[in-house]
Design a protein around this ligand. Structure first.
Ligand code: AMP
Length: 414
């Protein structure tokens, strides 16, 4: 199916072609016509499935039909600076090929606000922003959001959750009540769904059914290892698997520094990437990773969402993520745009129960493996020593006992 059949103008079809997009991905095929009709929309589609262009193309087309104005008519919010920059690049890359190219301003924190204020002075048709800096700019009178007719929340569930709730409410209060709202993410946990409903007016729901053709080709592996031997195992895998690049997720900024340093000292080009670095350093590390100048980047969940690194063959969960939702986003950094990838999780005895929970939420069972020379020496906590009787999981927990007591009080069902 060609892009033209979705209702996009010849100029936008050509702009998509200039970025190498010849035919729409499933989420683009479904979302673009609905957005062009002007309806609110919630789109849930797998990581790496082309969600950015799914809103960027119709957004630009809608701007083409409106009167020029100094005030932005479309606003795209993203939860991280890197993602805002990436979305801005796609919009700018498309806009460049259009007649009367719409002006795309990208604003985020961690860098001086003055150049952003200067850039906005000339006017912008679209603003791509992280919420905090956007509010700062409004407070500095560098920007008015009173003409925004189209709002996009990229990684919408993250923007709607607690961490951003207050800032998002403040942004929403600055927007006209009558506007089109578009929500995109690979995940919409149930609690967030309800919040989203409050924002939307009769939304169209796009949920690209998983099929072999559009499910990211990510092979998951779960390797059992003692916590203290993870860095050595990582080093062994990097050397043995000869990945051109690998993104490693850890739990803290300190761990990112520590693991990267250990690998670097062992002769592997490894760099940390986390929110404790200056924005200049963050930008440089990500760009150098994309340019294949770093083989390993060790990061926190800062890099879990949205970041698009072409040909990233492997992701490693050195520490497991807190939630199954984070797991979906982390492993989705590989296997993007039809490529294949491997996602390896290190399962320490302490983390076994948590990984089982992640597997359950994802309706997946990942076989456990052990690598010769790195077999765990400890048993999961709570496992009785051989011969002491009792099997973990068979003894009723406090919760099980409460449930049993409650069930005993229920009248038998008819
Ligand atoms: P996204 O999910 O928006 O981050 O996109 C994932 C990757 O797919 C990016 O590298 C895009 O450049 C690429 N992509 C998006 N749409 C298309 C398309 N229609 N054809 C080919 N590649 C695409």
């Amino acid at each position: 199916m060609p892009f033209a059949s979705l209702g996009l103008s010849p100029a936008l079809v050509a702009a998509a072609g200039a970025l190498g997009f010849r035919s729409p991905t499933p989420v683009q095929a479904e979302a673009i016509p609905a957005i062009l009709r002007g309806t609110d929309l919630v789109a849930q589609a797998q990581t790496g499935s082309g969600k950015t262009a799914a809103f960027a193309l119709p957004l630009l087309q809608q701007l083409q039909g409106t009167q020029p104005s100094r005030r932005p008519r479309a606003l795209v919010l993203a939860p991280t600076r890197e993602l805002a920059a990436q979305v801005g690049e796609v919009l700018q890359g498309l806009a460049r090929h259009l007649p009367h190219a719409p002006r795309v301003a990208v604003v985020f924190g961690g860098v001086s606000i003055n150049p952003q204020m200067m850039a906005l002075r000339g006017g912008a048709d679209v603003v791509v922003a992280t919420p905090g800096r956007l509010l700062d700019l409004v407070e500095h009178n560098a920007l008015s959001l009173s003409s925004v007719g189209l709002l996009v929340l990229d990684e919408a569930d993250r923007l709607l959750d607690l961490g951003f709730a207050e800032e998002l409410q403040r942004v929403l209060a600055l927007l006209p009540g009558k506007r089109q709202n578009l929500l995109f993410s690979a995940t919409f946990p149930p609690g967030v769904e309800q919040l989203a409903q409050g924002l939307l007016h009769e939304p169209v729901r796009v949920q690209v059914a998983e099929s072999a053709a559009n499910t990211p080709d990510i092979t998951q592996r779960a390797i059992q290892v003692d916590a203290a031997r993870r860095t050595q195992l990582l080093r062994h895998l990097v050397q043995e698997q000869q990945w051109s690049r690998v993104l490693v997720f850890v739990a803290t900024q300190y761990a990112a520094e520590h693991v990267a340093e250990k690998l670097y000292k062992a002769g592997i080009y490894a760099s940390p990437f986390h929110g404790g670095l200056s924005q200049g350093a963050r930008k440089q590390v990500l760009q150098e990773f994309k340019d294949e100048r770093w083989q390993v980047v060790v990061t926190t969940d800062l890099a879990a969402r949205g970041i698009d690194i072409a040909q990233l063959p492997a992701v490693v969960n050195y520490d497991l993520p807190r939630s199954a939702v984070d797991h979906v986003h982390r492993i989705g950094r590989t296997g993007r745009a039809g490529e294949s990838g491997v996602a390896i999780s290190f399962i320490t005895p302490e983390a076994e129960a948590h990984f089982r929970l992640i597997e359950k939420r994802q309706h997946q069972a990942v076989p456990r493996e052990q690598i010769p020379g790195f077999e765990p020496t400890q048993s999961p906590p709570g496992t009785p020593a051989p011969g002491t009787g009792g099997i973990k999981g068979k003894r009723p927990s406090k919760k099980d006992k409460l449930r049993a007591a409650a069930a005993a009080q229920q009248p038998p069902s008819s």
